[in-house]
Design a binder for this molecule. Structure first.
Ligand code: ADP
Length: 499
């Protein structure tokens, strides 16, 4: 009972809800119902066939009995034994009984008048045989051919019935065979069609999901939108969108922690950078105090201007640091590249002051269209890596130029903007450090990949660099060989990335 209740419940589900499971169940039930109908039909047909075979058995019993009549008739005529005559009479009675008992069945293979004729023939035969038994030798000579003639007629009629029955069984079998093959063919076609329709129903939304995920991967879409009304597809899409949100949140938190790490790195540099304007201000103030009564107005004004300039410089440094520490969304704007890099280089002093190691080959007027805060993060990470790899003797060159339609940058390249043909800014950061072994080169942008000792690197620096470049629709390539040094090449589009 419980089983049937469950079955009807899922049938209801299949008919009422828009769900893939429901439709699969519907298909399953359709096939089950058709199979049941076909099976019932064939059970009925087999029963008919069974009845026909039974009838055939009776027709052949009748035929055997008639042959028995003729066998004992011949024996009696040959040997004149009364026992043969008794057997002959018994077979005649048996044949009449068969005919009477199974009259209704025999009507299926012979017309009523034929059955009546057979019965009359049996009666006539019995009478002739009785006359033969009672007759003297002279009469017997006349009666014997008449009995034989009647016996022949009996055999013919019984044989016709048996043959007719055999033919009918064969024709029923033939029809059944054709029906069976036809139904198997139709069922196979139906199941194939159903399977195709269902697989289309399942495969189509999956293909759309695949295309949507690909669009998200290529940054053409932020989340998955699918028109499907199927419950399973909708919940899959919701789950993927939820996952995307989670990834986005985690990525932001990773970025934040990396920014905080960079902020820590920059703080000592900032303190150092602040020292210069502060000591300049202090010196100017001291001179002013000492020479206040003696100096002319022009000299005092010059010192005051210097104090003002140095205060502005210090304020600018503090503002830059504040800007860097603030949690902002991604905003691209024109950024003077050289000034940004110079400032960043001034801030980095870990493990050695970057100012001593870095040479800039960036045109003064080069402007990039980028998020300044994130770009600064890129430079901090790349410069720190180069300094850590090269140590005290590290020499770093940061260059930049505008390019258009250039071939792929040499080395291993990543990012959606690697094949762009419009105007791009190519920035290179090269060092003469120990380089990166070829076997680890393809993995350096992986999150948490590091070759540094525990506590010295989280393995997120280059991952964050890649993420930022990808966010700009740019491209990053690395070329390195042990003992020769490492060059990172970054390409940033001039305009916002087009799909
Ligand atoms: P971390 O600096 O925390 O190890 P990164 O993602 O910044 O993480 O760097 C990953 C790895 O790439 C480093 O551990 C280092 O082995 C290698 N690497 C990065 N930059 C350089 C470089 N300029 N020279 C040599 N190796 C480098």
């Amino acid at each position: 009972m419980l089983h049937y209740a469950k079955m009807f419940k899922s049938l209801g589900l299949a008919l009422t809800t828009r769900s893939l499971r429901g439709r699969l169940m519907l298909g399953y039930y359709a096939v089950a119902v058709i199979m049941l109908a076909v099976s019932l039909f064939f059970v009925g047909e087999l029963r008919t066939l069974e009845a026909r075979v039974m009838l055939g058995q009776r027709a052949s019993d009748l035929f055997d009995t008639v042959l028995g009549i003729r066998r004992f008739e011949r024996n009696y005529f040959l040997h004149g034994q009364p026992a043969d005559q008794v057997e002959n009479a018994r077979y005649v009675a048996a044949a009449r009984e068969l005919l009477t008992v199974h009259r209704d069945s025999f009507r299926a293979i012979a017309a009523e008048d034929k059955l009546v004729a057979l019965d009359h023939l049996l009666l006539a035969y019995r009478e002739k045989m009785e006359a033969y038994v009672a007759a003297d030798a002279a009469q017997r000579g006349l009666l014997e051919p008449q009995v034989r003639e009647l016996g022949k007629g009996l055999v013919e009629l019984a044989q016709q019935m048996a043959v007719s029955e055999r033919q009918q069984v064969q024709s029923t079998l033939g029809t059944l065979r054709v029906l069976l093959l036809g139904m198997i063919g139709a069922l196979a076609l139906f199941v194939i069609g159903l399977g195709r329709a269902l697989s289309r129903q399942v495969v189509q939304p999956l293909k759309e999901i695949e295309a949507g995920v690909e669009a998200i991967r290529a940054d053409r879409r932020a989340n998955l939108v699918l028109a499907s009304k199927d419950r399973e597809i909708r919940s899959t899409v919701d789950a993927i969108n939820h996952l995307l949100q989670e990834i986005e949140l985690r990525q932001r938190s990773l970025m934040r922690s990396e920014r905080l790490a960079a902020l820590g790195t920059m703080l000592s540099g900032v303190a150092h950078e602040l020292n210069n304007p502060l000591s300049n201000i202090s010196t100017s103030c001291q001179i002013l105090q000492e020479e206040l009564g003696e100096s002319d107005v022009m000299t005092i004004r010059r010192y005051l201007e210097q104090i003002d300039q140095q205060t502005e410089r210090a304020r600018h440094i503090v503002r830059t640091l504040l800007d860097f520490s603030r949690d902002r969304g991604f905003t691209r704007q024109p950024v003077p590249l050289r000034a940004l890099v110079e400032q960043t280089v001034g801030f980095v002093r870990e493990p050695v002051p970057a100012k001593r190691a870095v040479r800039l080959e960036i045109p003064e007027d080069l402007v990039v269209y980028a998020d300044a805060q994130r770009l600064q993060q890129v430079f901090v990470n790349l410069i720190c890596n180069a300094l850590e790899a090269g140590g005290q003797k590290a020499r770093i060159v940061i260059g930049a130029r505008q390019i258009q339609g250039a071939p792929l940058p040499s080395g291993l390249a990543w990012g959606s903007g690697c094949k762009r043909s419009d105007v791009q800014t190519e920035i290179s950061v090269s060092d003469d450090g120990p380089g990166i072994a070829p076997e680890i080169l393809p993995r350096i942008f992986d999150p948490f990949f590091t070759t540094k000792e525990v506590g010295h690197g989280m393995g997120l620096g280059l991952f964050v660099v890649y993420e930022i470049i990808e966010e700009h629709g740019g491209c990053i390539a690395v070329e390195s060989a042990p003992g020769v040094g490492t060059t990172f090449r970054i390409r940033l589009p001039q305009k916002a990335a087009q799909p």
